[in-house]
Design a protein around this ligand. Sequence first.
Ligand SMILES: [Mg+2]
Length: 220
Amino acid sequence: MTGTYDAVVFDNDGVLVELTEMDVLRRAARAAFEDHGVADPPEPLVEHAANGNLDDLARVEDDLDLALADYWASREDHAVAHQTDAIESGEKPLYDDVTALADLSHRKAVVSNNQHGTVQFIVDHYGLGDHFEHVAGRDPTLAGARRRKPETHYLDAALDELGTRDAVYVGDSPKDVEVAHRAGVDSAFLRRSHRTDTVLDREPTYEVETLTALAERLAD
Ligand SMILES: [Mg+2]
């Protein structure tokens, strides 16, 4: 199989930067409850908020008389702020092998399930802007959350922006392999150390352990 493509599109978390600690997202969830006068939120709701489980989180409407859309907007604001703090304090570092991006002559983009504000901050903070023609995270709204991968909304938009479907999507989760399949592009599964035991239900086009190995596979 040829490794040549017009474009390589990257997931962000677990690919370019390390995953966000769940505690960071729990703190953001609690701060958002506080904004709405809920000082001691039920722990299951904090977990649903931290994990972004909208169907379960919808119980805030009945249990706390809180509009889900209003709570979610606060949750997203705090998630951006808390992750930004974590990045600035070194808790969410860039992976060393991101230097391999320089070896890829392809057009490049980022499509992430994280908030757009978080992803753009990461790209700016780590000086990655020159690599990418298009950077997309989710809108900080319920609609944005519902368009997360494996929905193709943001990947389709990136591919439209790049003007090509001759592309490979690089991610560290089963949903990344799935979204590539749904969008009709190839996939590269990056099996980093946090995915040692991950079982894929769909075969990726490539499986590699590092971005360096990926760059070698995709070299012209
Ligand atoms: Mg990821």
